[in-house]
Ligand binder design. Structure first.
Ligand code: ADP
Ligand code: MG
Length: 529
């Protein structure tokens, strides 16, 4: 007898729903108990062993306990994933299900020899907006089950088609089938009839399809086979590349520009529908950057329609700077511009339709090309000005950071400290070199205490520059003192056969150096007064 079980969240089966829910709770509990309790019991056993008889090789016990705990954690993790799909933040994108089905099937190639695969893909260019990896994983789980259901030879058929409201994906196998009493249990986490099954595959399938607003029909006959039918609503799908028929106003003889101005409200409305992500950000962008996206979109389209290339480029540059200055996300700009492009197309199509102007095909394509070229140009200039603004900003920040990273601190009229921290590479070594030499005169430095205790790492390439700086300091009549030389840096210098002894005096730490030199200077100061 064939069992049929629709898994539709909107219409649960009435008669056996209660029983299956209860059974589901029991199954989950039993599953957790089994999958988590076992490893925990093992771990407990190991701990007891360790406590009681001081084993020769405690590490082996600990390693095993570690592995068992990892198993328990992995089980909980996968349970969490099905029960809380929101945790997974894979972004929605346009997906072609046929492509994903095809690539998933390829993973099973090694099993083709005993199973015949029949594919029947129709409406293959239909796209859906969804979570690609999750959907792919669902296909994988279904196809894997189908293969596992066929013990000997058999057929797996995969079908794809669309009707007015939905996309249908049907995966059918001629395998063992599912008995009527087990049917309500499938999809329950940990429900499995396989010796080494996890019972997590179908849970993932159900949760993903529900997430996408879809439903699943299962039809199975024992010893004959099973059919899974996934139905995904078309509301959440988009046909890429088609133009929309719009209800726009048109007055006889109107040109494109006037037509556009007259339908400005429609334009704005369509734009909001197209740019889903930007829609919620419009107010925020107006507040942060005082940028009126709608108005600017209208302005841009006017430049394009009127073929005012020069003004449009100026506008692109200005927008690029504004966008960069206020740190607005480029992804939004891209989505916004692509939406403008699509709406512009819709307008063009409807203008042509309403005006009945018998535009020649080549003229139409000429116009299309010109508009696309202009929009691409806008994008180009926008991005160039955006990134050069950011580059300049980075450069000036770099100078500031360089400056901050060479802090020369005067502690007396003639003594300064230069505490160096972090990692020093050739580039930074050069910066330090230049800054120090340029400051000796203006700060009237006679003694410069360079403290190296905060240096995390010094690259070999930086050493030469560093030595040259010490030479330079001495040539300028100033005395360099090195403090806080850590053993690894000393070793690095010795390895490079660098002798510091004739380059600078060294002290163990900053405190010692300050005491020694401040003391001498004070004495001098005192003796002068
Ligand atoms: P697992 O494959 O690890 O057992 P699933 O969640 O993928 O876990 O499937 C749960 C159970 O549903 C399987 O153990 C099996 O009893 C049943 N099942 C799923 N798909 C099929 C199928 N195509 N044919 C027969 N039984 C199936
Ligand atoms: Mg499975």
């Amino acid at each position: 007898m064939a069992s049929n079980y629709p898994f539709d969240p909107e219409q649960p089966t009435k008669n056996n729903e209660h029983i299956s829910r209860l059974a589901a709770v029991g199954q989950i509990a039993a599953g957790i108990a089994h999958e988590v309790k076992n490893p925990l019991t093992t771990v407990k056993g190991f701990i007891q062993l360790l406590q009681e008889n001081n084993p020769k090789d405690p590490k082996a016990y600990l390693d095993l306990a570690h592995t068992e705990l990892d198993n328990a954690l992995a089980t909980l993790e996968s349970l969490l994933q099905v029960s809380k799909p929101d945790l997974d933040d894979e972004p929605y994108q346009t997906v072609n299900l046929c492509v994903e089905l095809e690539s998933t099937l390829n993973l099973f190639q090694d099993q083709y020899y005993q199973v015949e695969i029949q594919k029947n893909f129709r409406n293959t260019d239909r796209m859906i907006v969804g979570r690609k990896n999750q959907l792919k994983k669902a296909f994988f789980n279904l196809i894997k089950n189908a293969f596992e259901a066929i013990s000997d030879a058999g057929i797996i058929s995969i079908e794809h088609y669309t009707d007015e409201h939905s996309i249908h994906v049907i995966i059918r196998d001629t395998g063992v089938g599912i008995s009527e009493d087990k049917l309500p249990l499938i999809g329950t986490p940990f429900f499995t009839t396989k010796a080494s099954g996890t019972g997590m595959g179908l849970s993932q399938v159900f949760s993903v399809i529900y997430q996408h607003g879809g439903s699943i029909l299962v039809n199975s006959t024992e010893n004959e086979g099973t059919t899974f039918e996934l139905i995904l609503p078309i509301e959440s799908t988009k046909t890429i590349g088609s133009v929309n028929l719009l209800n726009l106003d048109y007055e006889n003889g109107q040109n494109l520009q006037l037509f556009f101005t007259q339908n400005r409200n429609h334009f704005e409305q369509r734009l909001l529908e197209e740019a889903v992500q930007v829609k919620h950000k419009i107010d925020e962008i107006r507040e942060t950057g005082n940028i009126d996206l709608m108005n600017n979109a209208y302005k841009l389209v006017n430049y394009i329609i009127e073929d005012r290339e020069h003004e449009m480029i100026g506008f692109a540059k200005q927008e690029g700077v504004a966008w960069a200055r206020h740190d607005l996300t480029l992804a939004f700009k891209l989505e916004w511009l692509q939406a403008i492009r699509r709406v512009l197309w819709d307008f063009l199509y409807n203008f042509e339709r309403l005006s009945g102007a018998n535009v020649k095909l080549e003229d139409f394509f000429g116009l299309e090309k010109r508009m696309n070229v202009l929009l691409d140009q806008f994008l180009n200039y926008f991005f160039i000005s955006y990134s050069s603004f950011k580059d300049d900003l980075l450069k000036s920040q770099r100078v500031l950071i360089d400056d901050l990273s060479v802090p020369i601190i005067p502690i007396s009229p003639s003594i300064c400290i230069l505490p160096l921290i972090g990692s020093i590479d050739a580039k930074r070594s050069q910066t330090i070199y230049e800054k120090v030499l340029s400051q000796i005169d203006p700060l009237t430095i006679e003694t410069l205490i360079i403290d190296l205790s905060g240096i995390a790492h010094m690259q070999i390439g930086a050493i030469d520059q560093f030595l040259r700086m010490l030479d330079g300091i001495r040539l300028m009549g100033c005395k360099p003192i090195l403090t806080g030389m850590r053993s690894d840096i000393v070793k690095l210098m010795l390895d490079q056969q660098v002798s510091l002894a004739d380059k600078a005096e060294t002290k163990r730490n900053l405190q010692q150096a300050i005491e020694a030199y401040l003391h001498t200077t004070n004495e001098i100061n005192e003796s002068v007064t």
